[in-house]
Design a protein around this ligand. Structure first.
Ligand SMILES: O=C(CO)[C@@H](O)[C@H](O)COP(=O)(O)O
Length: 225
C-alpha cells in the first residue's frame, strides 16, 4: 500500500500560507489538502480558487516536483466553483453528493477538465451512491468528523465505513484512493490504515506543532508498524 499524508492548510497560519505550504512540503507531505467552505453547506468560510491559484507555484518540492493539490469542496452548488478550481490548478476535486443536484454530471464535469474527481461522505451519510458511480471516480473521502472545522475528535464509526469502502474499491478493481479526514493523529493513524485507508488528511495534528517534520515522520513510522 502506498500511503499518502495530506496536511490540511485549514489549520495553517493564513497570514503566511505560501510559506506554510513550502514548509509542510519540506517536512515531507505528499499532498496539500485544501478545504473550501462556503458558510452555506457548512457553517464556516475559508478560501476560493484565487488562493488556490496563488498557492499553486508553492506546491512543489525543493527539486521542483509538483505536489498535488487536493481540493475538498464543502460548498453547494458544486459545478461552477469546481470548474474554477480546475482552472486554478487543483489536481483532485472532491465534493459531497448531497451538495450536487446531479452527482454523475458533476463528476464528469470535473474529469472533463483533466482533474481527478472524488466523492466525500459525512459521518452519518450512507454510501449507496457508490453503487452507481464508483467506476467513474478517482478518490473516496470518508469524513471522520462533521465537516466545517478543524481540531475535532475522530468519530469511531468511520472505521466500519472505511472497511466497507475498501471492500467496494477491491470489488470494483479500480485504482481509487481511500482518504480519511478529521481527527487523524499519530496515535490513531495506524488503526485507520488497518481499516483500509491509504490517504490521511491531518490539520491540527501537523500545523498545531512547531515541528511539522517530526509529526509527519511519526505518522510514517506508525503506518509502518
Ligand atoms: O475538512 C475538514 C473539516 O471540515 C478537515 O480537513 C479538517 O480540517 C481536519 O482537521 P483536523 O481534524 O485534522 O484538525
Amino acid at each position: 500500500m502506498t500511503y499518502r499524508i495530506a496536511p490540511s492548510i485549514l489549520s495553517a497560519d493564513f497570514a503566511r500560507l505560501g510559506e506554510e505550504v513550502k514548509n509542510v512540503i519540506a517536512a515531507g507531505s505528499d499532498w496539500i489538502h485544501f478545504d473550501v467552505m462556503d458558510n452555506h453547506y457548512v457553517p464556516n468560510l475559508t478560501f476560493g480558487p484565487m488562493i488556490c491559484s496563488a498557492l499553486k507555484p508553492h506546491a512543489k518540492t525543493a527539486a521542483g516536483v509538483a505536489v498535488p493539490i487536493d481540493v475538498h469542496l464543502m460548498i453547494s452548488p458544486v459545478d461552477a466553483l469546481a470548474a474554477s478550481f480546475a482552472e486554478a490548478g487543483a489536481d483532485y476535486i472532491s465534493f459531497h453528493p448531497d451538495a450536487s443536484g446531479h452527482v454523475h454530471r458533476s463528476i464528469q464535469a470535473i474529469k472533463s477538465k483533466g482533474v481527478k474527481a472524488g466523492l466525500v461522505f459525512n459521518p452519518a451519510e450512507p454510501l449507496d451512491v457508490l453503487d452507481w458511480v464508483i467506476e467513474d471516480i478517482d478518490l473516496i473521502l470518508i469524513m471522520s468528523v462533521n465537516p466545517g472545522f478543524g481540531g475535532q475528535s475522530f468519530i469511531d464509526s468511520a472505521l466500519r465505513k472505511i472497511e466497507d469502502v475498501r471492500k467496494r474499491i477491491t470489488a470494483s478493481g479500480k485504482d481509487i484512493r481511500l482518504e480519511v479526514d478529521g481527527g487523524i493523529k499519530t496515535d490513531n493513524i495506524r488503526r485507520v490504515a488497518d481499516a483500509g485507508a491509504d490517504t490521511f488528511v491531518a490539520g491540527s495534528a501537523i500545523f498545531g506543532k512547531p515541528d511539522y517534520k517530526g509529526v509527519i515522520d511519526a505518522m510514517r513510522v506508525a503506518l509502518q508498524g
